[in-house]
Design a protein around this ligand. Structure first.
Ligand code: SF4
Length: 501
């Protein structure tokens, strides 16, 4: 695997080169993706499909024959932001077509699912609207759009799209990096009252075990070392293999056997689906990273009930205790929503309390904002914006204190780091610890793609600085933090990343 793997193939931004007609050039697709890791994965798979249709990825919309807006519905006024983006792409389409360059615009993702044909009605420049469960049909939709622009596919098909998605080319695999996402489950049956996922992604569906193993094996053969199993409710995963039922824990065990896979993660979990078997997997499977993202959302039982979270503060804390007993060095992260309708000061204090008791290594926290079509939108007692802002600031200050304390605790310790890319400075490599902390260290490029043992020397606001002690042996070691022997080993052996493990 060469270092070019780490360059991002899916653009998150838009640059502005000048337009020049070059009708002989191969077709190009620009994919702009918003939102969660699942959307990042979907955008990657759309790129795989479109490559087979003769499209190369381009980081600029201006030279794209096909522009795909892969949308997210999680933010407030998500649809309005999509229409605003589409207005800009419409101008570009007009400009390109005036130069004889046919241009197609597609809207994918959760806003496509939620809005459907309304998108074509409001923005006639859109050629294709495709929901998250249907993007495997991109080739047919492109052909259909040639005959009849404005084609819409927002079905939840009976056929599993993963059975149809083709394996990416070696070139596309290189774009996935050493750490890759693999979707194993989609949709959600929990119906939290603030969330659009059950409406945009549909009911919980688990991908067949063999299809997942095949994808992981394909990735690992290309040099991928870390896989993150994705699902809106990933720990509700259920499949079967050789006649036996397979839970997420069983799936992790099977993936751990794939040669080359050194690290496994999964996200996002619901507390109610945190089974004893999955907790034990954190103790028993060395490849399963000691890191668990387990959203709690609020520390008040009253608010959890209004959110329809189906768990209580006590059940959440009991899971935290069990997980820490099984894997004492595990780090936890969580999600929070503050200012949910009806949240009192006492409810908010209870949220601060669960943070103090759980001491998260990282967290995502948001002010509540209504999502159209969700039950919470119609609830009474919406909290004024000013109070929501104040509560969020107080919560984030506490979370940040804990995050920094967690990072500081790694100073002087020995940590295993997956080296993923070159650093900003010459002779520097960058990677991540088992706890998803970014680390930079001096080291040769050929170590990229391998796992190095480092002593953590210092902590900055967003990353750690390490000293490489040794590069990995062929055995996967337990990815824990241990006291460091800070004598550096010879870290520049004549050894290539490709055979370093
Ligand atoms: S469990 Fe997660 S995905 Fe499902 S409804 Fe609740 S917040 Fe949304």
């Amino acid at each position: 695997m060469n270092e070019a793997k780490v360059s991002g193939a899916i653009s998150q931004g838009r640059e502005k080169p000048s337009l020049q007609a070059d009708v002989s050039a191969p077709r190009k697709v620009f994919i702009k993706s918003f939102g969660c890791q699942m959307n990042v994965y979907d955008a990657t798979r759309m790129g795989d499909i479109l490559e087979k249709e003769g499209y190369d990825l381009t980081p600029t919309a201006e030279d794209a024959d096909l522009v795909v807006l892969n949308t997210c519905h999680i933010r407030e006024r998500a649809s309005e932001k999509v229409y605003s983006e589409l207005g800009k792409f419409r101008e570009l389409k007009i400009e390109r077509e005036a130069m004889g360059l046919p241009t197609r615009i597609a809207v994918a993702g959760c806003v496509a699912q939620a809005e459907g044909s309304e998108i074509v009605r409001r923005q006639s420049a859109v050629d294709i609207v495709v929901g998250p469960q249907s993007y495997h049909r991109f080739p047919e939709l492109l052909r259909e759009a040639e005959r009849r622009p404005g084609v819409v596919d927002t079905e939840f098909p009976v056929i599993d799209k993963f059975e149809i998605l083709r394996q990416p080319s070696p070139k596309r695999l290189n774009a996935r990096g050493y750490s890759a996402f693999v979707t194993v489950q989609e949709g959600c049956d929990k119906f939290c009252t603030f969330c659009v996922v059950p409406y945009t992604r549909g009911a919980e569906v688990s991908r067949p075990v063999q299809s997942i193993i095949d994808e992981v094996r394909y990735l690992a053969d290309a040099g991928v070392r870390e896989v993150t199993l994705l699902g809106q409710n990933v720990n509700a995963y259920h499949g079967s293999h050789r006649g036996a039922a397979v839970s997420l824990a069983g799936l992790v065990a099977l993936i751990a056997e794939v040669p080359g896979v050194a690290r496994i993660r999964y996200t996002t979990s619901h507390p109610n689906d945190m089974s004893g078997e999955l907790i034990a997997a954190h103790r028993d499977i060395p490849e399963l990273m000691p890191y668990l993202h387990l959203p709690v959302q609020s520390g008040s039982d009253r608010i959890l009930s209004l959110m329809n979270r189906k768990h209580s503060v006590d059940t959440y804390l009991a899971i935290v205790e069990q997980v820490r007993a099984a894997r004492p060095d595990i780090a936890l992260s969580s999600d929070f929503i503050v200012g949910f309708p009806g949240e009192t000061e006492a409810d908010f204090e209870a949220t601060l309390d669960i943070v103090r008791r759980s001491r998260f290594a990282a967290a995502y926290s948001f002010m509540y904002s209504p999502r159209p079509g969700t039950p919470a939108t119609d609830m009474d007692n919406h909290i004024p914006a000013e109070a929501r802002r104040e509560r969020l600031a107080a919560l984030q200050a506490l979370l940040e204190e804990h995050r920094q304390a967690f990072n500081r605790a790694t100073i002087g310790r020995k940590v295993q780091v997956l080296l993923e890319r070159k650093g900003r400075h010459p002779g520097q490599v960058v990677g991540r610890t088992p706890y998803l902390q970014g680390v930079h260290a001096d080291g040769p490029e050929h170590l990229i793609g391998g796992i190095a043992t480092m002593a953590i020397q210092s902590v900055g606001p967003n990353s750690l600085k390490g000293l490489i002690l040794e590069t990995e042996s062929s055995n996967v070691q337990r990815a824990s933090v241990e006291p460091a022997n800070v004598e550096p080993a010879n870290v520049f052996p004549d050894r290539q990343a490709s055979n370093a493990e």
